[in-house]
Design a protein around this ligand. Structure first.
Ligand code: AGP
Length: 605
């Protein structure tokens, strides 16, 4: 997944392009580049590494064209080096691309056989050469259309033309692309976040759409070259939440603002006076729902797994969860009485969006639990449940995970209540627990110094395991994911009861093992699994909300969080795991907000 920006203006654009690329770095940061047009020349500058490096190049050799495109890259084709950095330019055209052209090898072979030359290993350069060849016979718009019809796979494109220095063409199939409007200036960008500092008027291209923008006007077309109109959205400007403020990095800010974001989310859905949940516009009568599917990737998938336990505990609805990249290729029997719920922070994850498309094609009802409400997944869902977490910039998801859990828990409660499967007392008690959650999370964040001590025990570890049962098992998976993606330490989440079926072989003297054991119906069983680990030399870090003393001398580290309710323990026990991963990564001098090899929004499959 890469980030794209394009600006057509009455004044030089390079500074605004660089500023927008910095906002897009969460989408990829292997390399960066810019191309502007000045005096009938394409002025291309690129760097491997971060946008800061590109900025230094521009300080030395400024680009002062009034039209340009920029790109930050997360490598898919070709190693992350200078040659493969975007834009990819010929003498007449320059292209930035987000996506994967699946037939690029075949197209490249054909172009090579015609004697055309390539500099890079990328699929994007194939697009550049194809358009360049078409431009010898056609105008830009026709040249682009003809090229797009040859491409298989996904793309969001930004294209500028040496001989037509007033226009930028953008095109979208499978990867997000937005247009922004201002006075004597118009913009192209991967998402509204990159454009919000310049405008709050945004249109979103859908798959199979193309735009032609100049400083004074924007026109839209579908891929049959028919002119179309696009809605202009006025987007909220939550810029302040997208700044680090006094925090060292975005991740620490996003961990510590969870009491605020959880409170905001709860307040959006809970009527505190009536002690009721404001969810009414179900796309299917909740009493008729036969089965719920929960689909997502990574952390979002973990919130699906936790929700499965909640819905099964509170209702009689059958539940299935799946990882989106698996779901999209299954031979499923769709049923109109099922509800298909897609969980995604960014709302642009390609696998999740593709899984949603399959449901739409099968005419079943879909819901998205989403943070970015202007995103593709939100726009394509029948029903959207926002998590109100504000922009999440750190690649490792924290506040969005808690927001997803809160919304899914509230939905589970509402379903159970409307279907008459829980009593009014239980319904109100659980609502009250939700209202106290922000303060409880705040108290857990005060354990940070203890967790910092705990983190020291991991910096030289060869690996680690996270164990849990019931809804603590997905929390174990999430804790392991946080630790591995932030500190690059091998970490595995496992059902505690499964250890004796093989993974116990991994346990050796001193291996750190985190056991997540809230005082729920699995507590005693989890502790006995913990003993299996202790007897083989494992070093136990026990996370519990049990007030009584579960912390024996065999425990290396015990951390106790407040007990609210069995169903909410997973939410509370997640917070220490976020802090643990954060502090281990800090001790290992890893890049907290931009871990190696990753990107925030995975818009390629
Ligand atoms: C979470 O820490 C990871 N960065 C990653 O697994 C993420 O949750 C996943 O890519 C899904 O992203 P989404 O929620 O934006 O769809």
């Amino acid at each position: 997944m890469c980030g794209i920006i394009g600006i057509a203006s009455y004044k030089p654009v390079s500074v605004n392009i660089i500023n927008s690329l910095k906002k897009l770095e969460y989408r990829g940061y292997d390399s960066a580049g810019i191309a502007t047009i000045k005096k009938d020349l394409i002025d291309e500058k690129k760097c491997s590494g971060r946008v800061d490096e590109l900025e230094k190049i521009l300080f030395k050799t400024p680009s002062d064209g009034n039209i340009g495109i920029g790109h930050v890259r997360w490598a898919t084709h070709g190693i992350p080096n200078l040659i493969n950095a975007h834009p990819h330019s010929s003498e007449s055209v320059s292209v930035v691309h987000n996506g994967i052209i699946e037939n690029s090898d075949e197209l490249k072979k054909n172009l090579l056989s015609k004697g055309l030359k390539f500099k890079s290993q990328t699929d994007t350069e194939v697009i550049t050469i194809l358009i360049t060849e078409e431009l010898k016979k056609n105008k830009p718009l026709v040249s682009v259309f003809k090229t797009l019809n040859k491409l298989k796979g996904s793309f969001a494109l930004g294209i500028i033309f040496k001989d037509f220095p007033n226009i930028i063409i953008g095109a979208r199939r499978g990867s997000p692309l937005a247009v922004g409007y201002s006075n004597k200036e118009n913009y192209l960008g991967s998402d509204s976040y990159a454009l919000k500092s310049m405008t709050n008027k945004i249109s979103y291209l859908d798959d199979g759409e193309l735009c032609v923008l100049s400083k004074n006007e924007v026109s839209f077309y579908d891929f049959s070259m028919k002119k179309i109109n696009k809605k202009v959205h006025i987007v909220s400007n939550d810029e302040n939440m997208a700044e680090k403020g006094d925090y060292k990095n975005f991740m620490s800010k996003e961990i510590f603002e969870q009491p605020i974001t959880v409170k905001k989310c709860v307040n959006e859905y809970i009527d505190n006076l009536k002690k009721d949940i404001n969810i009414f516009n179900f796309p299917i009568d909740p009493r008729e729902i036969k089965k719920i599917y929960l689909i997502g990737c990574g952390t979002a998938y973990h919130s699906c797994l936790v929700t499965k336990y909640w819905i099964e505990e509170l209702t009689n609805i059958d539940v299935e969860t799946d990882i989106a990249s698996e779901f999209r290729y299954r031979n499923l029997k769709f049923d109109k009485k099922n509800l298909y719920i897609f969980v995604s922070q960014s709302g642009e994850t390609a696998d999740t969006a593709a899984a949603l498309d399959i449901c739409k094609k099968n005419n079943v009802k879909t819901c998205s639990v989403i943070n970015v409400i202007e995103s593709t997944i939100a726009r394509n869902s029948d029903w959207v449940l926002p998590i109100h977490a504000g922009p999440e910039i750190g690649v490792a998801s924290t506040k969005a995970f808690l927001g997803q859990l809160i919304v899914l828990y509230i939905l589970s409660l509402k379903l159970a209540s409307v279907r008459g499967e829980i009593t009014k007392d239980i319904y109100i008690k659980n609502i009250q627990n939700l209202i106290t959650l922000p303060e409880t999370i705040k108290s857990i964040l005060k354990l940070e110094s203890k967790i910092q001590m705990m983190a020291k025990e991991f910096i030289n570890a060869r690996g680690t395991m996270f164990l849990g049962r019931g809804s603590s098992f997905p929390i174990a998976l999430e804790g392991a994911l946080k630790l591995k993606e932030l500190s690059y330490l091998h970490a595995e989440g496992y059902p505690a009861g499964e250890m004796k079926h093989g993974p116990l072989a991994l346990i050796e003297e001193g291996l750190p093992v985190i056991v997540i054991a809230p005082k729920d119906k699995y507590y005693e069983k989890t502790l006995s699994n913990m003993q299996e680990v202790i007897s083989r030399g494992g070093k136990i870090f026990l996370l519990t909300d049990n007030k009584k003393d579960a912390l024996s001398e065999n425990i290396r580290f015990g951390l106790r969080v407040p007990h609210l309710d069995n169903l909410l323990s997973g939410i509370l026990l997640t917070v220490p795991l976020q802090l643990l991963a954060y502090h281990v990564a800090l001790l290992k001098n890893c890049d907290i907000d931009k871990p190696r090899n990753l990107a925030k929004s995975v818009t390629v499959e």
